[in-house]
Write a protein that binds this ligand. Structure first.
Ligand SMILES: O=C([C@H](O)CO)[C@H](O)[C@H](O)COP(=O)(O)O
Length: 388
């Protein structure tokens, strides 16, 4: 059996025009077949050359990713793009037995904005990057794991947060006035440590659509505090359809409702909270469930706060997988004590009723630890890939 090797890599560079380059490289029957089939296809991709009659080794196919709609695009492909790819392959001084298939985006730009030098540079750099990454099996599983909560896709503009970097501040919006909600949301600092809660009274007043109204102003992780007591599936669905990232189910609901609600959250790919207002043994309830919620919320009701002290679970240890939340009368003053014991600290009136909600929220967030973007450089680094 001959030598077999197949590797894949991507390089994307440039801001005004983006060079997107994907590479498949390898040795053996598989790549030989793909290579030969591609060459006999119509329209035929081009063999990278430095000039006419001088193809590069290892043999490299340049394949446009998009349809070429104009002569300008054809010239770009056959000109600076092809030259950029060819020069990168030659400069990397690769094993001559390899074969490379390089797919390239071909920009559709007006002739006047054409800058061949810039295009060459972008495609040359992106190709080097893609090949080096392929040869180094970049990115590693660890890199992807590390980056998955930091990555911000440029065409999406928001991150999908899964509460993987606790502790978090959950700002509970119970104030039943949209004007007040807007005021609080607009004052919140942008932070990956903040969760916004559409509070139960707010949802009762405006309906579940209030989640979408909140999102228009603060597009982060939003919890719909439905405290569901019946029809677990239906309520989770409603919250999901209004773009909630998590739903709160009541721990006093029938077991079936809790389980159906958690199951529906899992089906929809959103998170489930189990609220424990009026539940005597929250951990006993948690342990008894066949399906576990993502968050167990230890909660003292507002109505009982004059009689009942704030819930204190001194022996609470952070458990693997389960996120523990605390709610009911939390203020800026308690944060220091709570932040090492709980993953999610819910603060309602402590923020919404303060004279300066933004200042209080910022002060709490500062106590929780650094932000995801705080030490991030503008440029991405492949710390584990030597570019040859
Ligand atoms: O969930 C809550 C309560 O049941 C009303 O819906 C509150 O959001 C929660 O108790 C936090 O509020 P504060 O006690 O004002 O911090």
């Amino acid at each position: 059996m001959g030598i077999f090797m197949l590797k894949f890599g991507e390089g994307v560079l440039g801001r005004d025009i983006t060079a997107i380059v994907n590479v498949v490289l390898g040795k053996g029957e598989t790549i030989d077949t793909v290579f030969t089939n591609a060459l006999t296809r119509v329209p035929t991709p081009i063999l990278a050359n430095l000039r006419d009659n001088l193809i590069v080794k290892p043999l490299t196919l340049v394949v446009p990713r998009n349809t070429l709609n104009s002569d300008i695009q054809c010239n770009l492909l056959h000109g600076p793009i092809q030259y950029g790819v060819a020069k990168a392959v030659v400069d990397l001084d690769l094993d001559g037995d390899l074969k490379l298939i390089v797919t390239v985006s071909v920009p559709d730009v007006p002739y006047t904005t054409l800058n061949k030098r810039k295009l060459f540079q972008y495609y040359y750099g992106a190709t080097r990057l893609a090949i080096s990454r392929a040869l180094n099996d970049y990115p590693s599983k660890e890199k992807i794991k590390r980056e998955k909560y930091r990555a911000l896709h440029p065409l999406v503009g928001f991150r999908d947060i899964r509460l993987e970097r606790p502790p978090y501040l959950q700002v509970a919006l119970d104030v039943p006035s949209m004007e007040n909600v807007e005021y609080v949301l607009e004052s919140l600092p942008p932070s990956d440590r903040i969760i916004v809660e559409a509070g139960t009274p707010l949802i009762k007043k405006y309906g579940i659509e209030v989640v979408e109204r909140i999102r228009e102003i603060y597009d982060g992780f939003i919890v719909a505090d439905l405290k569901t007591l019946d029809t677990g599936r239906v309520e989770v669905r409603m919250a999901f359809e209004s773009t909630a990232n998590a739903v709160v189910l009541s721990g006093t609901a029938p077991r079936e409702t809790i389980l159906k609600g958690i199951h529906e959250c899992e089906r929809c790919g959103i998170m489930s909270y189990l609220d424990t207002i009026n539940v005597r043994d929250p951990f006993g309830l948690y342990n008894s469930l066949e399906l576990k919620p993502d968050v167990l919320l230890l909660h003292r009701a507002i109505d009982e706060e004059e009689k009942v002290p704030m819930k204190e679970y001194r022996d609470v240890k952070r458990r693997e997988k389960l996120l523990l939340g605390i709610a009911g009368g939390v203020t800026l003053e308690n944060i220091e004590k709570l932040k090492n014991r709980y993953h999610i600290i819910v603060v309602g009136r402590g923020i919404t009723k303060s004279r300066d909600p933004g200042r209080v929220a910022r002060a709490i967030v500062n106590k929780l630890g650094d932000d995801i973007d705080q030490y991030r450089l503008y440029l991405e680094e492949d710390e584990d890939v030597p570019i040859r």
